[in-house]
Design a protein. Sequence first.
Lengths: 328, 397
Amino acid sequence: MVAKSVERPVPRSAANAATLTVAGKEDVAEGVVSLTLAHPDRARLPDWTPGSHIDLILPDGTTRQYSLCGDRWDAHTYRIAVLREPAGRGGSAYVHDELRPGDRVGVGGPRNHFPLVPSHTYLFIAGGIGITPLLPMVHQAELLGANWQLLYGGRTRSSMAFREELTGGHGDRVHLVPQDERGLLDLTAWLGEPRPDTKVYCCGPAPLLTAVEAACAHWPPYALRTERFTAAPRTAPVRNTPFEVELRRTGRTVTVTPEVSVLEAARRAGADVLSSCEQGTCGTCLTPVLAGRPDHRDSILTDHERAADDCMFPCVSRSRDDRLVLDL
Amino acid sequence: MTEALERALVPPVSDADPFAHDVLLDPEPLHQALREAGPVVYLSRYDVRALARYEQVHAALVNWQHFESGSGVGLANFRYEETWRPPSLLLEADPPLHDAPRRVLREILAPPALHRLRASWYALAEALVDQVLDGGREFDGFSALAEAFPLRAFPDAVGLGPGGRENLLPYGNMAFNSFGPRNDLVAADADRVAGLSAWVNAQCAREALGEDGFGARIWAAADRGELTYEQAPLVVRSLLTAGVDTTVHGLAACLYALATHPVEWQRLRDRPESVRVAFDEAVRWQSPVQTFFRTATADITMAGTVVPEGTKILMFLGAANRDPDRFDLTRDPSGHVGFGMGIHQCVGQHVARLEAEALLTALARRVDHLELAGPPQRHPNNTLRSWTSLPLRVRPA
């Protein structure tokens, strides 16, 4: 065999890198389904760390954020868990009622605003579906040999997702507190005395976060880390339709259809765009945006950087507007 | 195919020594032989499996689950062998321990965070190029540009003090030799290990670092609890170990490529925006970091052969990148593995690219024609494709 047989990276144009298939759907508690997502070609998915979330983009353009709660030693699937929210905006109802195995969904990220920092001891506090980002953290704390406890509250025992998975493996470190059996979490007992060697991680409904923040007010700075799910206001919905990209320096305008990435379309039009991972994680293809609002799907930019809409990673990110103008 | 059948495939055997001086100075013949021999080749001399084709090297790099770094990314297996220094928290670590140091350094070295350095590095590069060209039309491009520019730009960006910077390159040379076998290259530095290590370790202390550099930002992350105070100096050490020699030899490779390909130099002058492509194309073509090892975490099947649990694989990044063999600015080097790939991909790649962009832009503005003024000199290193001199002749624009 000759050197020519050395293979170049597989172009990702065949399937949009940010489109995954629903590989499984399972009831994991009352009102909670878990979804297993995989690449249509069974390719590796972008790496993630505990605390990460993805943007799930439903066929109607609705975008919701869900924490990854699977096992990152499995590079080929993501797992998320979705609570049916009767008062919600329809995204969770669609996932529960309409989404089927085999369906395609758009995915952005993963991104992590809730990373697990090093600590001797961790206290994890979950309220209801807030268990999802904490589940991989619990496994991680175990792997690191850290001392940890999980305080997990929910409406009723049957509404609490992953309780068998948690109590099966870790017995006395996990404290399940179904409200109808044992009342609210006793935060004073758990947080009354600040412990300098402990980091507190909390995810759950807003009243729980507020109560934990108040209970930790006298703890050292940075001891408490919380994740608050807020629907990021979007000025335009994510689109599934073609859009135009003007390459200002190249002097050409191209139409980007759903099957190709902006990177691919720009290259075909003759623009030089250096890239590397083509998964939105390495940062090599950073491109200035001169006009239009990108649909950011990378793992790199912070919310603040995203909101500025002045740059994007064309390997995965797309457009919310009919037209984007790039400095390419 | 059943597992039993896969196990029946035995990889071709080679008794070549990739760390022999003649191979280190001119690795391409061995690279070609290994690529042609098969997707996995057993190197009998070191009892390791070698990967020299792009497909396998890329697959091993991204697959941290099956090919770990925590047992060392050199020939030494940390499961059984003592290390010459406390292992790196980045290069020689796996998830979950790898996560926090990687996140901190990635944010500090991300493109948006580097923006504030851009104007000053462009000015620094122009000043350096002016100074070199004022000195004459012939000079050593290695010491005058490839070494001089990173040594002016990077230590200041880290926040190092002015004293002792001459230790940086020898420390890097020693560290990158240590990933190979304990050959004469390692022995040559035996009496310097303690002194160089002590100097580098002293520079990692908070008090030794300026207030606004990468180093201070690493310590500030420890204040926020994102790293422990024990981890912070080791993360600074990673910057000092991996951030200087690699860029120096990458820039030298780029200057060599451009000096020996006049058509490409003209293309670069015609289209100054292609400087980024030029540098990455040089990193692909000459791959400053030639090799790294991984260790199998289980019996892993690769191209029909089995890599047994706990054994080392040797990834030839430079060999994987040599397709095609020519340096060519009209092709797109995207996807090359010169910076690695996956969770261990060079965390400083954007810093290196910015340094290269600044220097090449300044040079392209002032120099109309660039050529070799004599034979360049290589320097053997167990990991790095290194140089000692690159005589250049220029015609100012």
